[in-house]
Write a protein that binds this ligand. Structure first.
Ligand SMILES: [Zn+2]
Length: 279
């Protein structure tokens, strides 16, 4: 295995100067090989078999971090948290010794990799709204908190309401995980046959490739747009090399066999509800 791994890393290094997309492919293979090595030759006596692993903690889902505007409807406001309220939530977690992990860290653990820190919690953001950079990122950095951002590619760098690639890169370089949330944010379970195959490929495979090209890092986490999927969608996500997919069904227990159906909670500005969810 070591020889294979060294070979892959060397090959990836050589390809790094020639072909970016192939390099990512080999980085992923090398990454898998490292995981493989870790589970088969290290710590096997001390850890339970991967299929028996589970973790119990909430994955939090945020959307807009900005002040309310008069035009925001009551429904809109369930997806908006004013920065001051967001900071209050993060300060609570920070003051109470939560350990912040990315979704790929959770996936790694459930697949038999590294242990999780004590009192873990995962913060995620959906959609790539620009205020996730202009407001949320500043507050995350202030408290030294890492999070996972699921972005959908189409509006990035195009719409003023969404992140630019420079902003996505800056967050990635600061330790934030960037996952794919598709290309056009479609109901993936509705795309299953005929000419729609090209569309589902764009949502799952091409979105991943573009983000990887922009960031220079593998993208291994997927967030289902609208939380919807079916068996075919899951198979395609696995085939593309993602190692987890997060839905929006409520729940705190994450198991090795639920990596492609990770449960999570939408977070609102309601602080009492927030406390009850994270306790
Ligand atoms: Zn979304």
């Amino acid at each position: 295995m070591k020889k294979v791994l060294t070979g892959l890393i060397m090959l990836a290094s050589i390809l790094a100067v020639t072909d970016v997309s192939l390099t990512f492919y080999f980085q992923k293979l090398a990454y898998s090989a490292v995981q493989d090595l870790g589970t088969k030759t290290v710590d096997t006596a001390a850890k339970p078999a991967p299929e028996s692993r589970q973790a119990h903690f909430p994955i939090l889902v945020f959307h807009h971090i900005r002040d309310y505007q008069p035009s925001d409807t009551k429904n809109d406001r369930t997806f908006i948290i004013p920065p001051a309220d967001f900071e209050k939530q993060l300060k609570y977690l920070s003051d109470n010794d939560y350990s912040f992990i990315t979704i790929s860290q959770l996936a790694d653990y459930l697949a038999g990799g590294n242990d999780l820190p004590p009192k873990p919690i995962a913060i995620t953001f959906d959609d790539g709204d620009v205020n996730q950079y202009t407001n949320a990122f500043l507050i995350l950095k202030k408290y030294n908190i890492i999070a996972t951002f699921y972005i959908f590619v189409n509006p990035i760098g195009v719409s003023k309401n969404y992140l630019t690639w420079e902003e996505v890169k800056a967050m990635s370089d600061a330790g934030m995980e960037i996952g794919s949330h598709g290309w056009y944010h479609l109901f993936l379970d509705k795309l299953s046959d005929g000419q729609e195959l090209a569309e589902i490929d764009q949502e799952i495979v091409k979105s991943q490739a573009i983000i990887e090209q922009q960031l220079g890092r593998p993208v291994v986490s997927f967030g289902y747009p609208f939380g919807t999927y079916n068996d075919d969608v899951v198979a395609r996500i696995k085939a593309a090399g993602y190692n987890s997919a997060r839905g929006i069904v409520n729940g705190k227990t994450h198991r090795s066999d639920s990596l492609f159906n990770l449960k999570a909670y939408f977070i609102t500005a309601d602080f009492d509800r927030f406390i009850n969810l994270v306790k």
